[in-house]
Design a protein around this ligand. Structure first.
Ligand SMILES: C[S@@+](CC[C@H](N)C(=O)[O-])C[C@H]1O[C@@H](n2cnc3c(N)ncnc32)[C@H](O)[C@@H]1O
Length: 317
């Protein structure tokens, strides 16, 4: 039985766990933050590398996650949103962080819980909320949105080239009868003939709505902006992303400190950037890991370090 076949019994299988720990945990006595606890796979692996003095703050937004059940005096569980990571660290009074991890996206548990409506492959309520008590669900959004707003969401967060046609079709269908389930949304798009596969279209539409409903890119931007302030000098940040929208923000921010990738220099031509990529390229799962865990296929890991000085000393760089 491979990991996918046994998915029902597993909360989540962490991606690139060895690589993350090797690159992130540089000091066993340090303070680490796992921004996306999920089922705790990465957290447990990090904990194994910490000394009795090490600390691990585990943040998770989803009420289903067992983050509050960890029984280890080195762990500080927080049910919250990682966009507030700087506040949590200040509140706990543990000082600056030695390493910060964010493994973005969804857990297997979330994807496999049909009622949560994250997957278009099985029928479930059009919910898609990571935090169950949040007001905006996919259903509420689709019931209230305008064609213009929906087109914007599909273009920005689904990178759909035919966002206008798709938005128009969804709004037409919604005006005839409300969209309650993932199948209703799928049916609304039935027969829409556009270039590219229908499966890809559904994946992009579901992704776009999910990102919008949960404010996922805003949360990532806030997290990245907090990182230089909360990391200790030579501290590291590791981000695993699963689609190009997230990865672009991470790549640009690590290289330039700007989400668009705009380089800022001081009067001496020294590049001003709060972080430096630890290596020029991203890391992907090995073929072996992808064969074991097909959900790891799109994962990309980037790691950056906070330089002792915020300046890049290389002339003209
Ligand atoms: C890919 S899973 C992480 C899995 C985890 N690394 C493990 O080993 O089990 C991503 C997790 O991040 C959580 N999450 C997403 N956005 C969040 C946010 N803004 N704040 C806190 N947690 C978030 C999701 O609920 C999900 O549990």
């Amino acid at each position: 039985m491979n990991m996918k076949e046994s998915a029902q019994h597993i909360y989540h299988v962490p991606v690139m766990c060895e690589e993350v720990c090797r690159l992130l945990v540089t000091r066993p006595d340090g303070v680490y933050v796992d921004c996306t606890y999920g089922g705790g796979g990465h957290s447990m692996a990090i904990l194994k590398r910490l000394s009795p003095k090490g600390k691990l703050i585990c943040i998770e937004k989803d009420l289903d996650s067992p983050v509050h059940l960890i029984d280890d005096p080195r762990v500080f569980p927080i049910r919250g949103d990682f966009r507030h990571v700087a506040n949590y660290l200040e509140f706990l009074g543990l000082g600056k962080a030695t390493g910060i991890l964010a493994d973005l996206g969804l857990s297997w548990h979330q994807l496999d819980t049909v009622e949560r409506g994250f997957s278009f492959r099985r029928e479930g309520a059009l919910d898609m909320r990571i935090h169950k008590h949040q007001e905006l669900s996919a259903q509420v959004f689709l019931a209230q949105t305008s064609e213009e707003e929906l087109e914007y969401v599909l273009r920005q967060y689904g990178e759909l080239p035919h966002s206008r046609q798709v938005a128009r079709r969804i709004i037409q269908q919604r005006n005839q009868r409300p969209l309650f389930t993932s199948t209703d949304l799928k049916d609304a798009l039935e027969g829409l003939t556009l270039r590219g596969s229908h499966e890809k279209l559904l994946a992009c539409v579901f992704q776009a709505i999910r990102i919008h409903v949960n404010g996922e890119l805003e949360a990532l931007r806030k997290l990245l902006q907090s990182v230089p302030e909360i990391l200790e000098p030579e501290g590291r940040v590791a981000i695993i992303s699963y689609h190009s929208l997230e990865d672009r923000l991470v790549k640009n921010f690590f290289r330039t400190g700007d989400f668009e990738g705009k380089v800022r220099s001081d009067a001496y031509g020294r590049v001003l950037r709060p972080l430096e990529p630890l290596m020029p390229e991203l890391i992907r799962p090995t073929e072996e890991e992808k064969a074991q865990n097909s959900r790891a296929r799109s994962a990309r890991l980037r790691v950056a370090i906070k330089p002792v000085s915020a300046y890049d000393e290389s002339p003209g760089n």
